[in-house]
Design a binder for this molecule. Structure first.
Ligand code: OOG
Ligand code: NI
Length: 467
């Protein structure tokens, strides 16, 4: 066998590009949004030559138009664990556990994503993946119908399954690499032919719109792809100005000088034609609403302390100006958000000193050691310019934002039921592996960068004694 030279990173980049082409062909609205976002990003770059230079230097400019994530929903443990094996081939590992029962959604989720910074830079594509929790469906008959439909489908092509086995045994040759991208992408394509009758669809939809979306089709179609917006407020305004049925708000923190976590918004899904197979074998036409397009802008990864502050301020803003389901009071909501987040420090130095965000340290050996105290602390080193600290970018998701994204695209107008029933153990059992803890990943990156910097400055143990 001629072993393929394609790395996991390049497989992921090829896969992301295949998924993007497929989704643009399937969802013309998404293609239109992609063009709009590229235009809005172009305007940002033209107005801010410094930003442009930074993106050129970091190699980010070439990847600006590359999708940052997509999202899918699966129905069974077997589907989820096979996905884990499929994504592993592309260097994507399950990171984070998101309990969406807090928002009344019968799913829990993870993000399959590259772990280290270099891999993330090479190809930033992630897949937010949700697993149906049938035990959260109260109606026993709906539960049984769903379980039966799921038991009858195989979301993977036989060749895709075979290729996963082959890769686990001995890797791919070039031809298998090419084939794998095609077969893997097929798992996530849209199929307007429902596998059930219109009566079954309606029954499941009435039980929960998410249940119908997950159960009634051949596979876990991509429900959205997400692009990077350099200025998400500008891109959001451009979407609205072009009549794209944009969500009323941007989920997440308000606009700040020093961005934190993740801000995201989308255009809303439209009903699409689908065919049902009726009990008597005839076809019936209907509609299903699920697929949309999203934009995101990322900021600093917060520590557990920073995240607790974020969660509290967000909850306070929501209590002060509860966002109406149709977003009619978006202005009041945004004003409350800005008011509350005034309590969140908005400069890098305070975020670091108060341990609200994670930082990546790097040494500057050109700074003169003579000016340093004999036993310098990290603060001394930063002041002397021997050490630099940059916030680490948040690469994960936010359950409250995710719930908002889910809800505005399922035509789900019901009041939220806040019953928290996290069950990470059950999710990991279904996945067949533990999910990595995102906070631990950021903390490790911070600790490692500090240790390497101190070593490079010949100061390792000294400064560590005086953090
Ligand atoms: C996933 C929603 C979560 C995000 O950006 O927070 C998500 C879904 O609708 O299936 O993609
Ligand atoms: Ni998303």
């Amino acid at each position: 066998m001629n072993e393929s030279s394609a790395s996991a990173d390049s497989l992921r980049a090829m896969f992301a590009s295949a998924i993007s082409d497929m989704y643009q062909a399937e969802a013309p609205q998404y293609r239109a949004m992609k063009a709009l976002v590229a235009e809005a990003n172009g305007r940002c770059l033209a107005e801010d030559p410094q930003l442009r230079r930074r993106l050129v230097e970091s190699g980010e400019l070439e990847r600006l138009d590359v999708e940052r994530h997509g999202a899918i929903r699966v129905g069974t443990a077997e589907e989820l664990s096979t996905l884990r094996r499929l994504f592993a081939i592309m260097g994507m590992t399950a990171v984070g556990y998101y309990d969406l029962s807090v928002a009344g959604l019968p799913v829990h989720s993870t993000a399959f994503r590259p772990i280290d910074e270099a891999a993330m830079r090479a190809s930033p594509f992630r897949i937010f993946t949700s697993l149906l929790r049938l035990d959260h469906i109260a109606d026993p008959q709906a539960r049984e119908i769903a379980a039966r439909a799921l038991a009858q489908r195989d979301i993977f092509t036989p060749r895709c399954r075979m290729l996963i086995d082959i890769h686990e045994k001995r890797g791919f040759d070039d031809e298998e690499t090419r084939e794998f991208i095609i077969e893997a992408a097929k798992t996530f394509r849209w199929n307007g032919q429902a596998t059930v009758s219109s009566a079954v669809y309606q029954r499941l939809h009435a039980t929960h719109p998410l249940l119908a979306d997950i159960v009634c089709f051949k596979g876990p179609h991509i429900n959205h792809l997400t692009l990077h917006a350099l200025d998400i407020d500008a891109a959001h305004a451009a979407m609205a100005a072009h009549g794209m049925n944009a969500k009323a708000v941007i989920e997440g923190p308000p606009r700040r000088r020093r961005p934190i976590l993740l801000r995201q918004t989308s255009f809303k899904a439209n009903p699409e034609p689908v065919d049902f197979i009726e009990e008597d074998g005839r076809r019936a036409s209907g509609a299903h609403t699920a697929r949309f397009g999203e934009i995101e802008q990322r900021g600093a990864a917060l520590t557990a302390k920073g995240r607790a502050l974020y969660d509290r301020l967000l909850a306070e803003a929501q209590a002060e100006a509860p966002l109406a389901a149709d977003g009619a009071n978006a202005q009041a909501y945004n004003a409350a958000l800005v008011r509350r987040f005034a309590a969140f420090p908005d400069d890098a130095a305070t975020l670091r000193r108060e341990k609200l965000a994670f930082f990546l340290y790097s040494p500057d050996a050109s700074a003169r050691g003579g000016e340093l105290a004999s036993r310098p602390s990290v603060e001394d080193l930063l002041r002397a310019g021997a050490l630099r600290a940059e916030p680490i970018l948040y690469e994960d998701f936010l359950p409250v934002s995710a719930a908002g994204i889910f809800r505005s695209n399922l035509g789900d107008q019901r009041a939220e039921e806040f019953i928290e029933r996290a069950d990470r153990r059950a999710f990991e059992t279904a996945l067949g592996a533990p999910v990595l803890d995102e906070f631990a990943l950021y903390e490790e990156a911070e600790t490692r960068s500090l240790a390497m910097s101190l070593e490079a400055l010949g100061l390792d143990c000294v400064a560590r004694l005086q953090p």
